[in-house]
Design a protein. Structure first.
Length: 235
């Protein structure tokens, strides 16, 4: 016959000591995992988070990426991409009809004047006269184009690289390739007032894991509790 079970008496001091050590061990395990260590088998891979910091292909100096996309902003022909041919053929019909939602009209030149600035000689519109002083420190890309110059496909093309098929957005690729140094905050945050055309497709992760999806924050509201749902724990 088995001896009757008699529970070992535990006083309050033992309960506090054991509880404190147990909770501390849980916290220690998380900290060691974040630092690249593993409790138990040291030969195992340290961290399993998809947001872990990864080494780039070559040493980089950037600590973070901030991408401004101006939906409905000024045209490139009025800012950093003067088109002399538009002035040459002003008022004349274009050689082919662009595939837009409206019938293509005649050539319409920019009303603003362009002139070269800096050692690079990049032509900048008079709209950005002050910005033009720093043009040698700015990369101006004039080789981009769209097959369908409409709003919806152009938004997709700019943010996800494809005008039709949803693909990972540029922010998702950056987070996937480099990770983040702060696991307590989202590595990819999208500040966007309201709901733009195509909405979350513009910052989606597509076939990449969902951890790389952008965290949408509607900053048309000023109060933080309205900008970010469930910011405070009411329990």
């Amino acid at each position: 016959m088995h001896a009757p079970f008699r529970p070992t008496p535990v006083n309050r001091r033992d309960v506090l000591r054991r509880s404190a050590l147990g909770l501390g061990a849980l916290g220690l395990g998380t900290l060691l995992n974040d630092e690249g260590c593993r409790v138990g088998n040291a030969a195992e891979s340290a961290s399993s988070s998809p947001l872990d910091v990864r080494a780039p292909h070559f040493p980089g100096r950037a600590k973070r990426v901030i991408h401004f996309f101006l939906n409905g902003g000024p045209s490139h022909v009025d800012t950093f991409d003067g088109k002399p041919a538009l002035a040459k053929y002003a008022g004349q019909p274009l050689g082919e009809t662009l595939r837009t939602e409206r019938k293509t009209g005649a050539a319409f030149p920019s009303p603003f004047k362009f002139q070269p600035f800096g050692e690079s000689g990049i032509e900048v519109s008079e709209v950005f006269a002050r910005t033009a002083r720093h043009i040698d420190d700015i990369a101006v890309i004039r080789s981009m184009y769209a097959e369908v110059p409409n709003h919806e496909p152009s938004l997709m093309l700019m943010n996800a690289g494809d005008s039709i098929q949803p693909r990972p957005s540029v922010g998702s690729w950056v987070l996937y390739g480099l990770g983040t140094e702060n696991a307590n905050l989202p590595g990819y945050v999208v500040l966007c007032p309201g709901r733009p055309v195509r909405f979350s497709v513009l910052w989606n992760s597509s076939f990449l894991p969902s951890a790389y999806q952008g965290t949408y924050i509607n900053h048309s509201e000023i109060k933080p509790t309205k900008m970010i749902p469930h910011l405070r724990n009411t329990q």
